[in-house]
Structures are given as structure tokens and as C-alpha cells.
Design a protein around this ligand. Sequence first.
Ligand code: SAM
Length: 282
Amino acid sequence: MLSYQHAYHAGNFADVHKHLTLFSVIDHLLRKKTSITYIDTHAGRGLYPLAAEETARLGEYRDGIGRLWQARTRLGDDPLLGNWLAAVARVQARDGRLDHYPGSPWWLSDRLREQDHLTLFELHPGEHGHLARQPLPDNVQRIHGDGLRGLVRCLPVATPRLCVLIDPSYERKTEYGEVVEVVRKAMHKARHAVLLVWYPLLPTGRHHELLEGLREGGLRKIWRSELRLREPREGERGMLGSGMLVINPPWGMETRLEAAMQRVVPLLGTSCQHRGDWWAGE
Ligand code: SAM
């Protein structure tokens, strides 16, 4: 039974971290002409109006994209942040007003070239309904189904390059182990794929199962980027930070991401920190 709906959290600090990382990877991939298949295993709705009841209820976007939006003139001199914020500006209904936040299907389809292909998986019927109503290019395929199983079934792909985003909600504890299994299978079938995995930083430290599982599975070249808002308070259960793994990152993307994150961190609070390092080297 799926209950998670991303609309309640759209545009929060974790989305900013995830989508900036994704944007940075896509930017580097697009430097070559050869075609790319993108696969988004957990797509969500695609675009989030901030006035929607779910999104407005918690208003998490105010402490995420809201803070970057307010500082956008100052941030424009960072090449990654400047281009990323210019892309966010393009989805707004009215100039200068922040009224929408783009989800991963939007980020992946926005710069899709004729020679590229994008497959989006979404399992929740309601969420898939929203996704199905998004105007997207013809080379985007939307599948109402399980993205983890679907990813393995899709491999190998017909294009020379592959980029995958795995962004589960981790509603079930078993999802950490399931992601490890699927990543191992996917990397076995497509060794040169660039694969991004998002995970939450929780007081329970459950993400260690994911990190250790990937390293023990012998995977190499894993870049880790963690944005931590603060240390946990006594008895706290909520999300403290956001983690991204990039397996086979395009050369140089981590340096640009690091520079951008150093500009983002002070906007998110005095205890906020970013760490970027190799979780597994060559
Ligand atoms: N990737 C989206 C973005 O960045 O805008 C957000 C995705 S949200 C964190 C996770 C989504 O995965 C939810 O919409 C949920 O319904 C969906 N989901 C959960 N389990 C799934 C599965 N096994 N396969 C495909 N989608 C799944």
C-alpha cells in the first residue's frame, strides 16, 4: 500500500540537493553528442504547483527552493546555480513569482535531445495520473509500474549511454536493501551507466545499509554528496539531511556541484553542512 505523495514535500531542501546534482550530471553528459537513455525509476507527478493543497499545507518549499529563489540574483554568478535557477524560472506561470517547482521528470525531459530517450516509472495510480497529464516530448515513455523491477528489465538499452535516477520514498525499511540489489544488477548489465541514488539522512542512520551494501557488492567509482541540516535532537525521528550517490560521475561534475553547494549551505541555516567525497574509489 503506497501512501507517500511527493507533493507534500515538493521543493524542499532535499529536492534542491537532488535536482542540482541531477542537473549537474545532465550538463556534463550533454557535452557529447552520442545518444543517452534516461530512466527515472520513481517519477512522481513531474511538476508541482506550490499553491496545491498538499504542497501548501507543510510549505516545505519555503525552506528549500524558496530560500534560493530569494537569493537568485546573488547566486547567478555560480555557473551551475545560475543555470539551474534560470531553468526553475522558466516553469513559473508569472515572471518573478515562485509558483511551481519542477520534479525529476521535468528536469530529465527539459534538455532531452532528438537522439535521447526517457522512461519514467511511477507505481502509485493517483501520482501516475498526474504524470500522465503532463505535456512531455514524444521520446518520453511513461510506465505505470514498479521502477526497480522495470529498470532491470529495460537493460541493456539501445543507446551508447545510460543515466538512471533512483529516488524511492523509503516508506518501507526493506527498500534500502532492494535498492542495493537493483543497483548491483543494473551495474552488472550496464557497467558504464551513470546512476544516481537519493537517500534520506535519518536519526536511525538507516542509509548505512544502502552505503555498505553497495561497497560490499564491489561497486567502484561512487561519489557521495550529503547535505546535513543539523544534528538530531533528543528523540527526534524526522529527516536531518539528504544524500546522493553518483556512480560513474562524469569527470568534473563533483567539483562544480561542491562549489554550488558551498553557496547553498549558508542559505539553509547556521548548522547546515555539505560533504562531498568518494564513497568508493576507482
Ligand atoms: N523523483 C521524484 C522527483 O524528484 O520529483 C520524486 C519521487 S518520490 C520521492 C517517490 C515516488 O515513487 C512516489 O511518487 C511514489 O508513489 C513512487 N513509488 C514508490 N514505490 C515505487 C516503485 N516501486 N516503482 C515506481 N514508483 C514508486
